[in-house]
Ligand binder design. Structure first.
Ligand code: NAD
Length: 512
């Protein structure tokens, strides 16, 4: 069995930790002591002194000073520093993945996968550091040249959620850094230790590269710190990942000061299963999407929209698959489903099972909170399946738990309409071997989500694509493709190398 205390020691996590770090220095936070408990066994892992308003001021001041120096370093040289951070994450992959699993409750495989995403985004950012391209245009004026270039924004505030305690930070931070910004990270108060461990891992690189203090800071605390970032005109971009409720609050506050926000919020993701679907891949795709991370991914599969001709067959196969699920300690690699993050999440699971039945839905499998040996934390629940109607209020909202809704359909147009008829728009998928169906799903009258997959489940995105969703998911895009543009400001420049001053649109303005 993995010895957690040794892992913590190697990651520099102590019994009591300073919750403020400016990259080079750790500072005792003056706020309350925040305690991190593992949902795996209920153990208190460690305490962290959280940041108060004065600590916040200090961090932002250091970040502003650092920006003045960091933006002058050529982008490929910043990329070299990010490359070294990626090397450190490679070295600490096993330990950091284990801590993510133990502090958050996802399976060790998924914890390791999260660190692999961090390594991948570092590699991506290194390449990007030489590819921050702007376009050139032909000017309509004689002897003029017109082009656009991209400049860094300034201090980027990163607010992250508990369910991806480290990867989402790296998606933002590594791109923001090569773009010339400095970062201030406010991780979830539910997973502070994973954040501090990341800071410990990159500290050596920051020191050896003689990077100014404040290029990459962390401050541990609750939503009040996130609210400070949202309202602060010194924060050029607030990148916030979390619930739609949080995103609406951040968007309002940032919008009031006409600042920039990048929002990655809740999902309510569906899979459409058509009569031609290859059920050998559809069933595992659906089950992994629904129970992976115990249903606590923004991209978790929540709804399955199944053609009536195969509804009973798919239902039977899903029930059969759910019977095989092993629930338990996520550090045990034979286990499929670990715990929920905390008892509040367990309560929302219980409430949802009641509301499904009150609305007229039918629960098809056992649903229960587990107790007894191995389940002492009180955070383990049995993943369940229910037949529902799409318009039920409980189905319209994101319940962050392993509850899978089955909904029948008769023609594809109806299936796509059902898939789109929720307030969220993150991820979607269709299982079909019919090219007309898959193309309709991907067309402009198809899925309205930021992610639309064919013969792949809704979760498990690669870093190379732009990640994010529409509607109440917030509209932001992070990670690959040209998402880097969100971390820079565009400047259009026109240069006159002639001897006269022609005006655009042929306007005449003559003076002696
Ligand atoms: P949450 O909204 O409770 O908290 C997320 C973060 O926001 C935390 O750091 C929290 O302290 C902070 N916060 C909360 N209220 C705030 C406010 N008013 N102002 C500023 N900051 C505030 O979310 P959670 O429970 O940690 O995470 C689960 C949610 O995150 C789910 O809805 C999930 O779908 C979503 N999520 C989305 C993505 C995505 O990329 N779309 C990725 C991961 C998680």
């Amino acid at each position: 069995m993995i010895e957690i205390d040794k892992v913590l020691k190697r990651l520099g996590v102590q019994a009591n930790n300073s919750g403020v770090s400016t990259g080079l220095k750790c500072i005792e936070g003056s706020g309350d002591i925040l305690e991190s408990f593992s949902p795996v066994d209920g153990r208190k892992i460690a305490g962290v002194s959280s940041a108060d308003g004065d600590d916040y001021e200090l961090v932002i001041k250091k970040a502003q000073d650092a920006f003045g120096k960091w933006k002058l370093i050529p982008s490929p040289a910043r990329g070299e520093i990010v490359r070294q951070m990626g090397e450190q994450f490679r070295l600490y992959k096993q330990d950091l993945g284990t801590l993510v699993s133990y502090e958050m409750g996802k399976s060790l495989q998924e914890g390791l996968g999260e660190v692999q995403e961090m390594i991948d985004i570092c590699d991506f950012a290194v390449g990007l550091s030489r590819q921050l391209y702007g376009l050139t245009m032909h000017s309509e004026r004689v002897n003029h040249r017109m082009y656009e270039q991209w400049h860094p924004l300034g201090v980027v505030g990163i607010i992250s959620a508990f369910n991806f305690p480290v990867a989402v930070w790296s998606w933002n931070a590594m791109l923001a850094l090569v773009c010339g910004n400095v970062c201030v990270w406010k991780p979830s108060e539910k997973t502070p230790l994973a954040a501090l461990a990341c800071q410990n891992i990159i500290r050596k690189v920051l020191e050896q590269s003689e990077v100014p203090e404040g290029v990459s800071s962390v401050m541990i605390g609750g939503k009040d710190l996130g609210e400070l970032l949202a309202g602060d005109t010194r924060i050029a971009l607030v990148s916030a990942t979390g619930s739609t409720r949080m995103g609406k609050s951040v968007a309002e506050t940032v919008g009031r000061r006409l600042g920039r926000s990048l929002l990655e919020l809740g999902g309510n993701n569906a899979v459409i299963v058509t009569p031609s679907a290859d059920l050998k891949i559809a069933i595992p795709g659906i089950v992994f999407g629904a129970v992976g991370t115990a249903g606590q991914r923004c991209t978790s599969t929540r709804r399955v929209i199944i053609h009536t001709d195969i509804f009973e067959e798919v239902k039977g196969k899903l029930i059969g698959a759910y019977r095989q699920l092993r629930i338990g300690n996520p550090l045990d690699e034979n286990v499929h489903v670990g715990p929920l993050i905390d008892k509040a999440a367990v309560k929302s699971y219980e409430d949802a099972t009641k509301r499904i039945q009150e609305a007229g839905g039918t629960l098809l499998t056992e649903y229960a909170v587990l107790s007894g040996p191995g389940f002492e934390s009180g955070c383990y629940v049995v993943p369940c399946i229910a037949v529902v109607e799409n318009h039920f209020p409980i189905v319209q909202q994101e319940t962050f738990a392993p509850i899978l809704y089955l909904i029948p359909y008769t023609d594809l147009e109806e299936a796509i309409a059902l898939q789109n008829a929720v307030p969220q728009g993150l991820s979607s998928a269709i299982f079909t071997l019919n090219v007309r169906e898959s193309e309709a799903f991907l067309s402009q009258v198809g899925s309205d989500c930021g992610i639309a997959n064919v013969n792949i489940g809704t979760s498990g995105a690669e870093i190379g694509g732009a990640f994010g969703g529409e509607k109440e998911t917030g509209g932001g895009r992070e990670s690959g493709s040209d998402s880097w543009k969100a971390y820079m400001r565009r400047q259009t420049s026109t240069i006159n190398y002639g001897e006269s001053l022609p005006l655009a649109q042929g306007i005449k303005f003559e003076i002696e």
